[in-house]
Write a protein that binds this ligand. Structure first.
Ligand code: GLN
Length: 446
């Protein structure tokens, strides 16, 4: 009731929710009370949580931030939301996001831009901006997000909260509306690493409904939080501290690194030489996969359908022209072009080869150190509207986050301080399946 009231009072200014499931939340809360009283509740029992609006929730509108799905009530539940629900959490509602998770500012939602609670003239980051803003403003204790190219970490950084993008395959993608299937990964967002650990404990693990779900055993994410950091080897990639990074952000990151040294860590320079290639390769691979995934939205089976189609082709064309926003249409065109005959080798195949180089960079750096640290984004939250006409400037926002997705490794954004009154996140990247280690490191710092 407390959170529902806060949402009603404050969300009109922030627009962080697309749907608030008031009745269902109160019913789930009553059920959780009963569970707790019987002594059976898990650590998530009764905890009010919001879900990014691309996790299918049975019986609850799931829009993916798009007009295309503004009438879509899924007949089934995603694995992530179902596991969190089984742990006894209460779903407050579904959070706003960039349409089909395409964006770095949450300005691409059909349901309007989300505002950053620290300064409502600025963006919350994207695409999981609704989840980040809701947590920062105290409109949910925690939330789910997804990270295809930074969409958990960058909004976490901009809104001063903690977010974890797990190893690709650690968290099931079943029931997550697909953007770029080889990169998409769901993960937890919350105020602290400890809260993220509780959420990940429920979310993570093999799922036979997702063919890329990993069978590697999960770890005790909560029990490992207090392990000492003595002897931890931190790598600082020299390419992360070059041109384009706001010097005040660099100072904030270096101050955080000093604190880790005080906790017993040692620091070493490492190199990720192909960093600059992550933007062009990601912005070929992600739109290519998106163009294929989004071909299912044809007006036939679900979602928006245009009025009075003349014939099948007219229905496809008008449905898609009306249902998809500008950024989504742009990506579909780029992706279709890159995959077309005669261009595939030059673009998609080439991008996949670069992807391998980027993965090799991480493998080699992580053979010398335990974790890599750096900034999450080159700037703090920018003003709403300031980059909408400059796609290149918008894509450059993703420079420190994309390569992690291309490699498939886990990474976190952890609040590290403020620059000119706006939050700055420290990024901690680890080796495959090192989620427990990352959460431990973040928890010791917090
Ligand atoms: N900004 C990136 C994009 O627009 C990342 C989005 C994401 O991680 N979902 O594709």
């Amino acid at each position: 009731q407390y959170f529902l009231k806060r949402i009603a009072d404050l969300d009109p200014q922030l627009n962080s929710y697309i749907t608030v499931s008031e009745q269902q939340a109160l019913q789930q809360a009553a059920a959780a009370d009963a569970l707790i009283q019987s002594g059976q509740g898990s650590s998530l029992a009764g905890i009010p949580i919001a879900h990014k609006d691309l996790f299918c929730t049975q019986g609850t509108l799931t829009t993916c931030g798009s007009k295309m799905l503004n009438n879509f009530i899924p007949p089934y539940e995603s694995t992530v939301t179902s596991r969190i629900q089984q742990a006894g959490a209460v779903m407050l509602g579904k959070t706003n996001m960039d349409e089909f998770a395409m964006g770095s500012s949450n300005e691409n939602s059909f349901y309007g831009a989300v505002k950053n609670p620290w300064n409502t003239d600025t963006v919350p980051g994207g695409s999981s901006g609704g989840s980040a803003a809701a947590i920062a403003a105290g409109l949910a204790i925690a939330a789910t997000g997804t990270d295809t190219g930074g969409s958990i970490r960058q909004p976490a950084s901009f809104c001063g909260i903690t977010g974890l993008k797990p190893t690709y395959g650690r968290v099931s993608r079943f029931g997550m509306i697909a953007y770029a299937s080889s990169l998409d990964q769901g993960g937890p967002m919350a105020k602290s690493a400890e809260d993220c650990a509780h959420l990940l404990q429920a979310m993570a693990g093999f799922d036979e409904k997702d063919s890329t779900s990993s069978e590697t055993a999960t770890e005790d994410y909560i029990g490992n939080l207090n392990a000492p950091l003595t002897g931890l080897k931190i790598g600082l990639p020299k390419e992360y501290f070059g041109d384009g990074l706001d010097p005040k952000i660099a100072d904030t990151i270096m101050a955080a690194v000093k604190e880790f040294e005080a906790l017993g860590a040692t620091v070493k320079e490492v190199s990720l030489p192909n960093l600059k290639l992550s933007i062009p390769s990601y912005y070929v691979i992600a739109p290519s996969e998106a163009s294929s995934n989004l071909s299912r939205f044809d007006g036939v089976r679900f979602g928006h359908r245009c009025d009075d189609p003349k014939d099948l082709l007219d229905m496809y064309m008008r449905t898609r022209a009306e249902g998809f926003g500008e950024e989504v249409q742009k990506r579909i065109m780029v992706g279709t072009y890159a995959l077309s005959e005669g261009y595939y080798d030059a673009y998609y195949l080439k991008a996949q080869k670069i992807r391998r180089l980027i993965k090799d960079d991480f493998t080699s750096a992580l053979s010398e150190v335990d974790v890599i640290m750096g900034p999450v984004a080159p700037t703090t939250a920018f003003n709403i509207g300031s980059k909408t006409n400059d796609p290149v400037a918008m894509y450059l926002e993703d420079i420190y986050t994309l390569s992690v997705n291309l490699a498939g490794i886990p990474a976190m954004s952890v609040p590290a301080g403020f620059v000119d009154g706006m939050p700055v996140g420290l990024q901690i990247m680890g080796n495959y399946f090192a989620e427990a280690k990352l959460l431990n490191i973040a928890h010791q710092y917090q």
